[in-house]
Write a new protein. Structure first.
Length: 995
């Protein structure tokens, strides 16, 4: 804990050192009704930092000066004091503690009092005759006794008194200074609390001369060791844990009053032990190669216990599964200890790299220069890794198993040598410095989780206790003393101090708020004023400073309220972005620095909360008092003329139109006469009385007349479907109400035409007052014609485009209908969808479709012929190939022709020769085919795939045998014919062919 100052330097010219250890800022907040630190330094307001809003006024120009912590107040013994208005929190009944640091420059004077001197005597602590004196007024009397110690003028002391319903005790410098057995309930009074004396005028006011600082009032009697702790003692003080807003858990059933405890992580992840932190304050827990991230908002309920939310569960590639310990490196990486060595984790990519060969499951920490120390060799050796060189080497050989370890910002390494039941201290080079023996609460406890604060070492022990080790010399030298600061918890394992300065302990069981005690590794947060020391590498963050400003008194300007400006200030040592919120009446009401808000009549306690976004929320309190000194103003409202509602007249609520205003509180009004007013004019008086008893009145007139026409209620507008050219419609009936009889008529026709018809209704009362209204009757045609479409048609094509008889569509409708279609004049092959449309006179249409299919199943007509164009008909001749193809639907069917299997074209000239040997050749560019017979085959295929064919044949005639013989004898003649062509070359060619 940071002890800022220990001198009351403003009290006397010759300053004396305040020699007690510790500080008044002990974590004793349970039952704290008021706490005045006098740290404002300037001004006339003494703020109550307890959160109860008991702000005091500094009177007589009392001076600020150096105090026990920061600044205190100096009183001159003449009219200077602090006055705190009476409140419920300052009226305890069953228990009381008053605590203050004082320097009394004279031997007589009131220090803290709530006392009327002659009446309303409640409680007081003062100095009288050189001794401190305790006072308490109960139902059995007003009890007073003096302490044993003689207080020298100018000496500095802590003084306290307690009352528990049976004993009134006095303490000086944390030690008992006397006790008196008394009884009774403390009497409440309306007296203010006065610091520095100043009883009511006319009595012995006993103003104090000297300095006062750190004044606390509790609504309970603190234990003797708690009072010693307020005085600065660090001795043993184990008390039963009491749940409160600052210490909501009783995980440790016995705990030092300096500490508060809270369960922050449930034990869902039973094997997650080691802890590290992200820059945003989120907690990391490790189990093997999985890192769990938790946000620090406790909005998740587990067994009725608010715990951190799980933000992520990350599998870390490259990280072994055999380890738990992790630590924040100063280089931004997270280092993990493991059975297989030392690993470095990138908190951006969440991947791990093995950087050292030596490691074990548990202890690991970071030195200020960035080196990483970790246990290895089955926990019997401490290794050190230098990220700058990438080298891991032996740091210290413990010779015994080390479980957890931690480091300090001064470079010391603290080992939990579990098997030796010792806490061992090493310097930054691994050299032995000192050792503290560990016994725990049970005498057999052994150390595990480690922390460091204010020169002391803390260990979470295996017997469910927490120990603090204080050393008689500097830097952990000299003899070590173990003090138990918590007990009756659960096995404490790997631990860490977080960025908020809290000691986070992994325990193997949790005592939840529902009363259940459940096993599994969870996390308990232990906090202390000033915090624990954050190890190197952990992204530390300090809380902001808040000041809600001075208490205000304003005049009521609205309905039981007035506006006031809250001018708060806040600062942050880390330059964090701060969020300021203002709360009163149990909830947040505004945010910002200078806030204007409305406050109700009376005194409202206001709390300024400042959040740095990194887990720190600090508060400061002030108050706004709204007073009322103004009587109400009454306005009866204007005269009214009312329409008679019965033969008796009309009722009217004059109170509804009247108003009574007051600058502050609500008013009660009355009206006379009230109720039903007769025909004519009646004077009415309105009276109003405010909460302070002020009354005002005003008068107005109520006049009742009868000028109201009947109230005509028309039937709803009617929309009906046409049933004919003229349609009957049920239009309903109109009704009318009036004090007097009413007749109703309308101009409705019997039948209605298509469209809108306005029906005019008239209601006439007995006094001739007429009301009219119009009803709209709409006859509509929303029925489309009924269309009958002819059946689908399928026809054989009668041309490239075919004519088709579609048939006739018909339609019926009340108002007649015309029928049209989108059919073409002629239809192409395939299916054409014809859409028919029927339209009535209202433009309503019906449509239908008809499929018209034109098919082509007729093959093309084909002709084929061989037309002889030259040569003889005996053994050779030339022919023209002639063929045609026509189709009704395809003007260009695809034609193919073959002559004796050889493809020919239309009009082609082909030479045919008679020969037993079938041959095909080109001779002089002309196709020549040899054979005994010749067949022309022609086919034509239209677009629909229909095929037509034709054929033509030719065969040379057969000669008589005698003619053949004759030709054989007449060789010269034959040779002459053959030779006459082509100078014999062709004849020779023919002869070869005939061979």
């Amino acid at each position: 804990m940071n002890i800022k100052r220990k001198l009351f330097g403003f009290f006397t010219a010759a300053l004396l050192p305040f020699v007690m250890s510790g500080t008044a800022n002990a974590g004793l907040s349970d039952g704290l009704a008021g706490y005045w630190t006098f740290d404002e330094g300037v001004g006339i307001v003494a703020n109550d930092v307890s959160g109860n809003g008991n702000t005091g006024a500094i009177n007589g120009s009392a001076n600020f000066g150096p105090g026990h912590v920061n600044t205190g107040l100096y009183f001159n013994g003449n009219s200077q004091n602090v006055v705190i208005p009476d409140s419920a929190s300052l009226n305890p009944t069953t228990g009381l503690t008053i605590s203050a640091f004082v320097q009394a420059d004279v031997t007589t004077g009131d220090i803290v009092s709530k006392d009327g001197e002659l009446t309303e005597r409640q409680y007081m602590i003062n100095i009288a005759g050189g001794r401190f004196r305790a006072h308490v007024g109960t139902t059995t009397g007003f009890w007073v006794f003096d302490g044993a110690s003689i207080i020298a003028p100018g000496s500095q002391h802590h003084v306290a008194m307690t009352y528990n319903g049976g004993w009134l005790k006095l303490f000086v410098d944390g030690k008992p200074d006397g006790a008196w057995q008394v009884s009774g309930t403390i009497l409440p009074t309306t007296q203010p609390v006065r610091i520095g004396g100043g009883a009511p005028t006319g009595t012995g006011q006993l103003f104090f001369t000297g300095g006062i600082d750190e004044v606390k009032i509790y609504n309970r009697a603190l234990a003797d060791c708690e009072v010693a702790r307020l005085a600065g003692s660090m001795g043993l003080c184990l008390l039963p844990a009491v749940k409160s807003t600052t210490s909501p858990s009783n995980q440790y059933q016995l705990i030092d009053p300096e500490l508060s405890q809270d369960i922050v992580v449930d034990n869902a992840h039973n094997n997650a032990l080691g802890m590290a932190w992200l820059p945003n304050g989120n907690m990391l827990r490790r189990s093997g190669n999985t890192i769990y991230e938790y946000t620090v908002d406790q909005s998740r309920l587990i067994y009725s216990t608010p715990v951190y939310n799980i933000a992520a569960s990350r599998f870390v590639p490259g990280l072994s599964t055999s380890g738990y310990g992790i630590t924040n490196g100063t280089d931004g990486y997270i280092y993990a200890n493991d059975y297989y060595g030392l690993y470095r984790i990138d908190p951006i990519s969440w991947t791990a790299t093995r950087v050292g060969p030596y490691g074990y499951y548990y202890g690991i920490g970071t030195l200020p220069d960035g080196r990483i120390v970790n246990e290895g060799n089955f926990g019997n050796t401490i290794y050190v890794y230098n990220p700058a060189t990438g080298v891991q080497s032996i740091f210290h050989n413990t010779g015994t198993f080390t479980d957890d370890l931690t480091t300090t910002d001064t470079g010391y390494v603290i080992l939990a040598t579990l098997n030796a039941s010792q806490v061992r201290v090493l310097d930054s080079n691994g050299n032995y410095v000192n050792v503290a023996n560990v016994r725990g609460y049970t005498g057999v406890g052994r150390p595990d989780g480690m922390a460091y604060a204010d020169g002391s070492i803390y260990s979470a022990n295996t017997d469910g206790s927490i120990s603090r080790y204080d050393f008689s010399g500097p830097n952990f030298t000299g003899s070590a003393t173990e003090t138990i600061v918590a007990a009756n918890g659960a096995y404490g394992d790997l631990s860490s101090v977080g960025p908020d300065g809290a000691f986070y302990i992994t325990t193997n069981a949790l005592r939840y708020d529902d009363g259940g005690y459940r096993s599994g590794w969870g996390v308990v947060r232990i906090s202390k004023p000033g915090g624990f020391s954050t190890p190197p590498g952990v992204p530390a963050n300090k809380p902001p400073v808040a000041d809600a400003g001075a208490a205000q008194t304003v005049e009521c300007t609205g309905a039981s309220s007035a506006n006031a400006t809250l001018a708060g200030t806040a600062s942050d040592p880390d330059n964090d972005s701060l969020t300021l919120t203002w709360s009163w009446n149990g909830s947040v009401q505004a945010s910002g620095v200078n806030v204007q808000a409305s406050f109700p009549l009376g005194t409202t306690q206001v709390t300024l909360s400042v959040d740095d976004g990194n887990g720190h929320v600090v508060t400061s309190n002030t108050s706004v008092t709204v007073q009322d000194t103004t009587a109400p103003t009454v306005n009866a409202g204007p005269d009214v003329a009312l329409e008679a509602t019965s033969t008796s007249g009309a009722a009217y609520d004059v109170a509804a139109q009247s108003s009574a205003t007051d600058t502050c509180c609500s008013v009660a009004t009355s009206v006379s006469p009230a109720g039903v007013y007769p025909l004519g004019t009646t004077p009415v008086t309105v009276s109003a009385t405010d909460c302070s008893g002020n009354t005002g009145s005003a008068t107005m007139n109520v006049t009742v007349v009868d000028t109201t026409a009947p109230a005509l209620n028309l039937p709803a507008n009617v929309v009906a479907e046409a049933t004919g050219i003229l349609s009957p419609v049920g239009i309903g009936a109109a009704t009318a109400s009036d004090i007097f009889a009413v007749s109703i008529s309308s101009d409705a026709p019997v039948l209605f035409v298509l469209g809108d018809t306005l029906v005019h209704w008239t209601a006439t009362d007995a006094n001739g007052n007429v009301s009219t209204g119009t009803q709209t009757v709409t006859v509509q045609d929303t029925t489309a014609p009924v269309l009958n479409v002819p059946a689908d048609v399928s026809v054989e094509a009668n041309g490239v485009l075919s004519t088709v008889d579609l048939g006739v569509a018909t339609a019926t409708d009340i108002f007649g209908a015309t029928v049209t279609n989108d059919a073409p004049a002629t239809f192409a092959l395939g299916t054409t969808v014809v859409t028919w449309t029927a339209t009535d006179s209202s433009g309503l249409t019906s449509t239908g479709t008809q499929n018209v299919t034109v098919v082509d199943t007729t093959a093309p007509a084909v002709t084929a012929s061989l037309v002889q164009v030259s040569g003889s008909d005996e053994d050779e001749a030339s022919f023209q190939v002639v063929f045609t193809a026509t189709d009704i639907a395809d003007p260009n069917p695809v034609q193919t022709a073959t002559l004796n299997g050889t493809t020919v074209s239309n009009g082609q000239i082909v030479k045919l020769e008679k020969s037993k040997k079938a041959e095909v050749e080109m001779e002089h560019g002309k196709l020549q085919i040899s054979g005994l017979s010749f067949s022309l085959n022609v086919s034509a295929t239209d677009a629909s795939g229909n095929v037509g064919a034709a054929a033509a044949a030719y065969a040379f005639p057969v000669k008589q045998e005698k003619e053949e013989a004759k030709k054989g004898d007449d060789g010269k003649k034959s040779e002459s014919r053959s030779g006459s062509k082509d100078d014999g070359k062709k004849s020779n060619s023919k002869s070869r062919k005939r061979d």
